[in-house]
Design a protein around this ligand. Structure first.
Ligand code: PEP
Length: 254
């Protein structure tokens, strides 16, 4: 079963109103020029830009997502955003368990799991991130660490329709360093096998597994043409229209 490539941009904490809207409009214009394409686009701006970005994306099929959410629908959670709020503002996706959230906000696999269930209840698809640190990679623990993150962060109710996995080695995020294609291929195959054990073969075979970590137009082709790599989660390079589109154009989907 062919899996549709997903080209996803994680804008992180970047973009004041004017820049964010200009970026979204620029992406929308370029995507329109591509016509019918064999990949799906997703942008995940900061919460403050969601409403304006949604307007800027009108008339396109580009999906929008949040970068995090709480697991509750509402209540006394100062500073948090609920999955219902993301849905209400027009999101289809939410990124969960990004390594920056795991590190800076102490999010555990169990928290990510509960958040993903809350996302599903609100008709949002979860992009669940996993990835090893450099110390874990050098200690030969990368596969075990990521398998455990998948087993514990992905809910039993996950399906290929409501979940995307993003493999993002922590040491490759924002550093310009990228694992070898052999290492990426090995990890993605291991993640798919783990998903099969947890969710059954048919779900695992159709679930998209993105690679993330210093993806650029120049390395997109070799990474995205690997068998079990079904797209990219892009940080820095998603902030420039030509780089984001350049990755898509080099992805093999055209
Ligand atoms: C990310 O943070 O999800 C990411 C992959 O960042 P970058 O592309 O900048 O490495």
């Amino acid at each position: 079963m062919a899996r549709k490539l997903l080209i996803a941009g994680n804008w992180k904490m970047n973009g004041l109103m004017a820049d964010g809207v200009a970026l979204a409009k620029g992406i929308a214009e370029e995507v329109k020029k591509l016509g019918k394409v064999q990949c799906e686009f997703l942008v995940c701006p900061p919460f403050t830009l969601l409403s304006s970005v949604k307007k800027a994306l009108r008339g396109t099929k580009i999906a929008m997502g949040g970068q995090n959410c709480h697991f509750a629908d509402k209540g006394a959670h100062t500073g948090d955003i609920s999955p219902a709020m993301l849905k209400d503002i027009g999101c289809q996706y939410v990124i969960l368990g990004h390594s920056e959230r795991r590190t800076n906000h102490f999010e555990t696999n169990e928290i990510v799991n509960v958040k993903a269930q809350a996302a599903y209840s609100n008709d949002l698809k979860a992009v669940i991130c996993v990835g090893e640190t450099l110390m874990e990679r050098e200690a030969g623990q990368a596969l075990d660490v990521c398998k455990k993150q998948v087993l514990d962060s992905v809910p039993e109710s996950a399906t290929w329709q409501n979940t995307v996995i993003a493999y993002e080695p922590v040491w490759a995020i924002g550093t310009g360093k990228v694992p070898t294609t052999a290492d990426v291929a090995e990890m993605h195959a291991a993640i798919r096998k783990t998903l099969a054990k947890k969710l059954g073969k048919s779900n695992a075979n159709r679930m998209r597994i993105l690679y993330g970590g210093s993806v650029k137009p120049s390395n997109a082709k070799e990474l995205l043409s690997l068998n079990d790599v079904d797209g990219a989660l892009i940080g820095g390079a998603s902030l420039k229209v030509e780089d984001f589109l350049g990755i898509a154009k080099n992805s093999g989907a055209f």
